[in-house]
Design a protein around this ligand. Structure first.
Ligand code: T1G
Length: 711
């Protein structure tokens, strides 16, 4: 069994070294080691002070999240009590922070008397992103060491701060900027404190000055959190705990925090958020692409097509400091694209997110051209031209002629057959799909489309560069719509069909946003463009031709030139920021229903939700059985990060597991049988769904490292 806690003594200073790679999680073994070391130091009369540091280069990422599911989080010694003992230590305790001090890791440091931090260190309380709150005193100690407003922002946002910011806020006492070992500096600091007879600093004896807090401070924070993350409970509980710090004695505040933590840690929302956390890590593991696969070096990037997507894609790379060439054959389109990029930056500067010098630095990395010769030495070329196969194939023929050997040739296609694109080149092994989501410079999700002949090192290169530009890469196989848009299709189909059957856009959207979706399907269509979904349907006509009502209202609106927000009219009417119902939709629906022999009726909210979500899950099951996605949690990541599915529900496949696959299957069978010819057309359960229900299994059980479909 690995020794996760090292004990040594330097003169009169005891040194505890946490050694639990990869992130110094405060597992039961680490907690037990810490307790034993602490007891030993207290009993050693030659020891006057204690330094706690990391042997792994990063202080601690907090509690071992895996213990929440296993139940080991509450095994002895429990972290809260251990930290209270450290805080009550008669001997000075100093935390030496490098790398990351997160969650329980920072709480451990806050229970010490003093904290010295390497200037590059980051400190944070990210528990809220796991659906919980700091549960080892962080909500009570941080408001005392910093101030309530700073503490609340950190705890509700979950965002870490730099050591410098922590020092300014008052919860780091010394910054270590020299390039000497942090541990040496910490031991010297401990000796300095002893020599100065520095007082012990226990938070339990500190009071919080709330005079500077606005009258409705906590109420306003609650309203803001409810607006920003509808339905997500952990931020509210975080606010409750910090409010307790400001209104209760320390011991009572700790008790309140523990009660709130217990309320959250076993909640479905916490399970869902932790599912997403581990899903992000699992997505990095790709069948056939070993973790040691050497990625190609990507020092120069080219983007073909200066449209909205091309411009946004280019911004990702210059923001990451990678020289990028933006090519468009039309000088006018190129200038329009450059203007759009500059405008995006100007908006960021006006909102204080960027300063002008940073913008100039980024733009200094951008070269614009109409000449293919200027991209010959690019290591990665991303095509972002019009979504038509013949046009993309022509671009790839040119890239094949112009680009240097070993260049990675990527298409930003959102639905088309990547293999058909690769087939027109002499190097299909170098062709991959990089499906960015609009706006490309903002959306974190990146579908990495693996072609039948895409080389493993090209996939590894794509994953690495995706992370370098701050994206979440999820590898998918080739089919119409890959994973995200393919799963969106039945979800959208049902919403549109229910408009014909009697529902209104507002009713459908309300049901979906009440469930937690960021936007309802109709308002999302108006935002993305009814013309875009129309063209997508055109590309898939063969698969939907047997359903005369398919996309009927969208087609009619498109024919009238009503594309949604961009034209001021779509499923809704838009006047500036005002949105209202569009009576024309009801007229089209009623006419269509009469023509198609569809009986109009009241549709319940339950039916709306089930008919949107169950086919979404069912399509995910088909995607899994075809090997288009490696695992169900990849589908969840795509939906949470690309389509506004609430993380606190874990994604559609996790939601299905939590609901019960038997319920999903029964629902599919019910609508298949209840909706006549239409039901038989679209509600056939996926064989995998039937098999898992028959086996009593879940998608979680199913998650496998199978090869993505190489057809
Ligand atoms: N517990 C268990 N495993 C963890 C972990 C943790 N806290 N943090 C990371 N891992 C695993 C991760 O799954 C991956 O495993 C490997 O370590 C490398 O992680 C009491 C209750 C620290 C910024 O929320 O944010 O303290 O995939 O790929 O990109 O109040 O990990 O290799 O098998 O992410 O360098 C609060 C979560 C816990 C921090 C490093 N702490 N971790 O990022 O590596 S709750 C957190 C992170 C708590 C207290 C409460 C990141 C990182 P595998 P990685 P990275």
């Amino acid at each position: 069994m690995r020794d996760v806690m090292h004990y040594s003594v330097a003169g009169d200073i005891a040194v505890f070294g946490i050694d639990n790679p990869p992130v110094n999680g405060l597992s039961q073994a680490v907690r037990a080691g810490l307790q034993a070391a602490f007891q030993r130091a207290l009993e050693d009369t030659t020891v006057d002070a204690i330094v706690i540091h990391s042997c792994t280069g990063s202080f601690s990422a907090g509690a071992d999240i895996a213990e929440f599911a296993s139940g080991n989080f509450n095994t002895q010694p429990e972290l809260p009590a251990l930290l209270e003992a450290i805080e009550a230590s008669p001997k000075l305790v100093i935390a030496a922070i490098d790398g990351m001090a997160l969650g329980g890791g920072l709480e451990l440091a806050l229970a010490c008397d003093y904290r010295i931090a390497a200037s590059a260190a980051k400190l944070g309380l990210p528990e809220v992103s796991l659906g919980i709150l700091p549960g080892a005193g962080g909500t009570q100690r941080l408001p005392r060491l910093a101030d309530p407003a700073t503490a609340l922002e950190m705890i509700v946002s979950g965002r870490p701060v730099t050591a410098q910011a922590a020092s300014e806020a008052g919860f780091v006492d010394r910054l270590h900027t020299a390039d000497t070992p942090l541990l040496d500096a910490a031991v010297s600091y401990a000796r300095e404190l002893l020599a100065a007879n520095a007082p012990r600093l226990s938070c339990s004896e500190m009071l919080i000055d709330t005079a500077a807090l606005p009258a409705d401070f906590f109420t306003d924070r609650r309203l803001e959190a409810a607006r920003r993350q509808r339905g997500f409970q952990a931020p509210q509980r975080c606010i409750d705990a910090v409010e307790a710090a400001c209104t209760l004695p320390f011991a009572d505040g700790l008790a309140r925090e523990r009660a709130l933590f217990a309320q959250c840690v076993t909640s479905p929302q916490a399970r869902a958020q932790q599912h997403v956390f581990f899903a992000e890590r699992a997505a990095a593991r790709i069948p056939g692409v070993g973790a040691d696969t050497p990625p190609r070096d990507i020092a120069r990037v080219a983007v073909i097509g200066a449209g909205t997507m091309g411009g946004g894609i280019a911004m990702n790379f210059i923001n990451a400091g990678i020289p990028t060439v933006l090519l468009d054959l039309s000088e006018e389109s190129l200038q329009r694209g450059l203007d759009a990029i500059r405008n995006n930056y100007a908006i960021s500067v006006s909102k204080g997110r960027l300063d002008a010098s940073r913008v100039e630095q980024c733009l200094g990395l951008l070269q614009a051209t109409t000449q293919y010769a200027d991209i010959a030495d690019a290591d990665l070329v991303i095509e972002a031209v019009f979504e038509r196969l013949d046009i993309k194939q022509n671009v790839f023929r040119t890239l094949d002629e112009v680009c240097k050997p070993g260049a990675i040739l990527a298409s930003n296609t959102s639905t088309l057959d990547l293999d058909a694109i690769a087939a027109v080149t002499s190097r299909p092994q170098d062709v991959i799909g990089l499906h960015f989501f609009s706006p490309a410079n903002v959306m974190r999700l990146l579908e990495v489309v693996r072609g039948a002949r895409t080389a493993p090192d090209v996939i590894a290169s794509a994953q690495k560069v995706a992370r370098r530009i701050g994206k979440l890469p999820v590898v998918v196989g080739v089919c119409f719509g890959f994973v995200g848009n393919r799963m969106l299709e039945p979800y959208g189909r049902e919403a549109m069909r229910m408009l014909l059957e009697g529902a209104s856009p507002a009713q459908i959207d309300r049901v979906l946003t009440d469930f937690g979706l960021a936007m309802g399907l109709c308002s999302m269509s108006d935002l993305a463009g009814i013309d875009v979904s129309y063209l997508t349907r055109q590309g898939n006509r063969a698969a939907i031709a047997h359903d005369p009502g398919y996309g009927f209202i969208g087609d009619r609106l498109y024919e009238k030139g009503h594309y949604g927000q961009k034209t001021g009219q779509g499923f809704y009417l838009y006047a500036g920021r005002q949105r209202s119902e569009n009576p024309e939709v009801e007229e089209i629906a009623a006419t269509a229903a009469a023509e198609l022999g569809i009986a109009r009726r009241e549709i319940s909210e339950e039916e709306i939700l089930e008919r949107c979500l169950f086919p979404l899950v069912n399509e995910g099951a088909r995607i899994l059985e075809e090997g288009i996605a490696c695992r169900a949690s990849d589908c969840d990541l795509i939906y949470v990060n690309g389509y506004g599915f609430p993380a606190w529900r874990g994604g559609p496949m996790h939601y299905a597991d939590e609901t019960g696959l038997d319920v999903i299957l029964a629902g599919m069978q019910h609508y298949r049988d209840q909706l006549g010819e239409y039901g038989a057309m679209w509600f056939e359960p996926a064989p995998l769904l039937e098999r898992l229900v028959a086996e009593g299994g879940t998608f979680r059980d199913f998650d496998r490292g199978a090869e993505i479909d190489k057809r």
